[in-house]
Design a protein around this ligand. Structure first.
Ligand code: 73E
Length: 793
């Protein structure tokens, strides 16, 4: 325990002295992390006791991903001892920032969906709400990305072995998960059954403390690890192969974002997570099972944990001996579902035969859910198309989204537009059948990590003008509106932005040996690589700028640095070719003596949470250019806004709500609308070829691309070529390209008017409070989970 700087220094020094080996930065980090762990132990225990004694309703957030990022700095901040430790360490000759860099990056997620889960954990604890995460303790998180000759290569990471050791093993809570086997119906009782000859997997939880702001509430992120069970549960023969199968379950995260994998291992992971978490919830309760919905809420983060529905049914039917009606009543009042995407390729569908073989009892329960639901629907006057849409099992395929809707009491989308599209199009029939189930909960981000931690300079500036109430209630950032025309404040803001740009420049020069002009405009496109996110449109536009510079000696635009950062799924060949194209164009432009004075491209390798924390605060422009209707919400857009970057984007996802907050004048919006996109898709009236033929500049660009002139050394652009030409540009890159280019020109014009630009930035910050995940969590709590805050202070 340490409360004063002196106590901290004494404790830290004592531990240093106990070291037998010479102290490296890594050991200093471990010592500090160990001290913080001890520091939170008391509050963690107290929080748990409080939950047990007071019988408050608990939320469990089931998610296959938790992209938590590094913990040390955030925990110190939330404990309000960051400054104390920073100073103490400084006096002992250590640099806290340097120690923070020693912490391995826990990449237990792919992108927005996993990061959202992590922001929610922070908000739940900080709002003092009883909410916990349930996930998988992957040994290897997301691969690290290394560029070789401009191509992405993937390298495994080993988070556990390098682990910071934040989590603790809870052998006492281990549980066993059955796979395969045969179902033995228990005669006489309509739906009770047991499973024989199952293959058992041991699930061991590792608990990680989630420290809320100001310390007091410490919730739990429970990550399950798959292990070989005890002797009596092992098969008689070939234990080695069995072990490999078992260990594989928590061996690695699937590296796909917004894509469905459809592999048996993925299904095993999903069931493993659901069964382990549900068994523990039921086992450790001290209330009758019929009262489950009163005591427990379970949120499933997309359909990846949707097997929680039939698994809870199984436990209630076979374990607790309830009737179908009782079990169904409990399940459908406990579980709620968040949908994160309408992309067809991300909609989870399982082969009935695969499900039936791996999880025979679960499959049987899904069949019964489907049968009963179909029976109900048949009483309505529906056409055959609607009936199809309302079936869970269809042509040998299990549709997880339909199962998730039918088995939940609430279903939400993650931004207004996305929820509307779900209700009016993707899930129209389901919405009509369950008119009160659907609701919107626009995503949010924790301002503690993305503003206070990532940008302490800006945070101090804000506090110096409006006081610090905004840190507890970020909507109060709107008090900044009074200062958005104050030249002194705007000047100070400009200096902070420059400072963050300088810091990023230094960091990248050191880590990636890239030269960057910190005075140039920082334009950033950082997110996973995906067709719909249109990194291709961005690089096409940069190539067009290059052509203009070459053709017109009078065209010499204000210097801009275009940052790209993000990973492509290992098997996503189109996206990987886009990465290579960007790097090829970068090499050409960055080495051109004339063009490089105006345009510079930086590809930030291995983009992850820690790098993101360095990039958002340094941005001037936030590229949010997805094809309208495709990005359900986006959360990077909110991180940029909170740090004063200005959105250059389409009317998609939460961009629309950002503009609602700041007004049209404080963002740069372009492109076809979601309505138009959907109309083009339905009527098939978009023809990319016509644009190539009619627009000279775009025609030139495409012929350069196809001839290889655009991309010398890049022989293979098959996937880009076929997407644009053969597949008729499904993400409307060419359709929006000129409008995008003109909008960039508008951006430049405003940027050169420094005060106008700073004012826009300030308005963005002032209006960003609503995008704190504290607001999102409060809404879920009020409208879905019904949680009570645990302490009143
Ligand atoms: O728009 C984002 C959204 O902000 C959406 O694409 C993303 O979720 C974010 C948080 O709500 C998302 N990821 C996935 N689906 N939607 C996904 C699908 C399969 C595997 C992994 C992630």
């Amino acid at each position: 325990m340490f409360y004063s700087k002196e106590e901290f220094k004494e404790n830290f020094s004592m531990r240093l002295e106990q070291q037998e080996q010479p102290v490296t930065l890594q050991t200093a980090y471990s010592i500090l992390a160990g001290m913080v762990r001890e520091f939170v132990k008391r509050d963690w225990n107290e929080t748990n006791h409080f939950y047990q004694n007071e019988q408050r309703k608990q939320l469990y957030y089931f998610s296959i991903e938790f992209l938590i990022g590094r913990m040390l700095g955030q925990n110190l901040m939330n404990l309000t001892i960051y400054e104390l430790v920073n100073e103490g360490l400084g006096e002992l000759g250590y640099d806290l920032a340097e120690l923070e860099e020693q912490e391995p990056e826990p990449g237990l997620g792919n992108g927005g969906l996993g990061r959202l889960a992590a922001c929610f954990m922070d908000s739940l604890a900080s709002l003092q709400m009883p909410g916990h995460g349930c996930g998988i303790r992957y040994r290897g998180g997301l691969f690290s990305q290394v560029l070789k000759d401009g191509f992405q290569t993937e390298h495994p990471t080993d988070w556990i072995n390098d682990s910071a050791g934040w989590d603790i093993r809870r052998e006492d809570l281990a549980t066993y998960i059955p796979f395969f086997g045969e179902v033995q119906p228990e005669h006489g009782q309509r739906f009770k059954a047991s499973l024989t000859n199952a293959e058992w997997v041991k699930a061991v939880p590792y608990d990680m403390p989630i420290v809320g702001a100001y310390g007091k509430t410490v919730n739990t992120l429970r990550l399950w690890q798959a292990e070989l069970p005890e002797q009596h549960l092992l098969p008689k023969a070939d234990v080695e192969t069995y072990k490999q199968h078992v260990v594989a379950i928590s061996d690695r995260l699937y590296p796909d974002d917004s894509t469905e994998e459809g592999k048996i291992l993925r299904l095993k992971q999903q069931y493993f997570l659901c069964s382990a978490s549900l068994q523990t919830i039921l086992k450790n309760r001290d209330f009758p099972v019929s009262a489950l919905p009163k005591h427990v809420a379970i949120q499933i983060n997309d359909t990846h944990p949707a097997l929680a529905i039939p698994e809870l049914m199984r436990l209630l039917l076979d374990g607790e001996g309830l009737s179908w009606e009782e079990a169904w009543g409990i399940t459908t009042h406990t579980i709620s579902y968040t949908n994160h995407t309408i992309l067809e390729e991300a909609m989870e569908k399982w082969d009935s035969s695969m499900l039936e073989q791996l999880l025979p009892r679960i499959y049987m329960i899904i069949q019964e859910i489907d049968r009963r639901f179909k029976e109900k629907c048949h009483q309505e006057n529906l056409d055959s198309e609607a009936k199809k849409k309302l079936s869970i099992i269809e042509d040998g395929i299990v549709k997880m989204a339909t199962l998730a809707v039918v088995g939940s009491y609430k279903v939400n989308g993650v931004a207004k537009l996305h929820t509307e599209i779900l209700k009016m199009r993707e899930m129209k029939e389901l919405n009509e059948h369950f008119p009160h189930k659907f609701h919107n909960k626009t995503n949010g981000i924790t301002h503690r990590r993305w503003l206070m931690k990532a940008n302490p300079e800006l945070s101090s500036l804000i506090t110096s003008v409006i006081g610090n109430e905004w840190t507890k209630d970020p909507v109060k950032l709107h008090q900044l509106n009074e200062f958005v025309q104050d030249p002194v404040f705007l000047g100070d803001f400009k200096s902070v932005k420059q400072q963050k740009k300088n810091q990023l420049t230094e960091y990248l020069e050191k880590n990636q040996t890239i030269k960057i002009d910190p005075e140039s405009i920082f334009d950033m496109h950082i997110k996973r690589f995906h067709g719909y996110k249109r990194q291709l449109m961005n690089i096409f536009h940069i190539q067009m700028l290059y052509n203009r510079i070459k053709e017109d000696s009078a065209y010499r635009p204000y210097p801009r640095t275009f940052f790209f950062g993000g990973k492509a799924a290992k098997s996503y060949r189109f996206a990987k070719q886009v990465i290579k194209l960007i790097n090829t164009v970068a090499e050409k432009i960055n080495n051109d003596p004339v063009a490089s004075k105006h345009l510079h491209i930086v590809f930030v390798e291995d983009y992850n949470v820690s790098r993101a924390e360095k990039m958002f605060p340094a941005a001037d422009i936030s590229e949010q250019i997805s094809t309208a209707s495709k990005e359900a919400s986006g959360t990077g857009n909110m991180k940029f806004m909170m740090n004063g970057a200005i959105t250059l984007g389409t009317f998609d996802g939460a961009n629309i709500e950002i503009v609602e907050q700041i007004g049209d004048d404080n963002a740069f919006i372009f492109g076809v609308t979601a309505q138009q996109v959907m109309q083009f898709e339905e009527e098939k009236t978009y023809h990319a070829r016509e644009i190539i033929e009619k627009d000279r500049e775009i025609g030139q660009l495409i012929s350069e691309l196809l001839s290889g002139k655009l991309s010398k050394g890049l022989e293979n652009i098959d996937f880009i070529r076929s997407q644009i030409i053969d597949e008729n540009d499904p993400y409307f890159v060419l359709k929006d390209l000129q409008h995008y280019a003109r909008t960039h020109n508008r951006v430049l014009a405003v940027y050169e008017d420094t005060l106008a630009w700073q004012e826009m930035s300030a308005v963005n910050i002032a209006q960003s409070g609503i995008f704190s995940s504290d607001r999102t969590i409060q809404q879920y709590s009020d409208e879905v989970w019904d949680l009570e805050k645990i302490y009143s202070r």
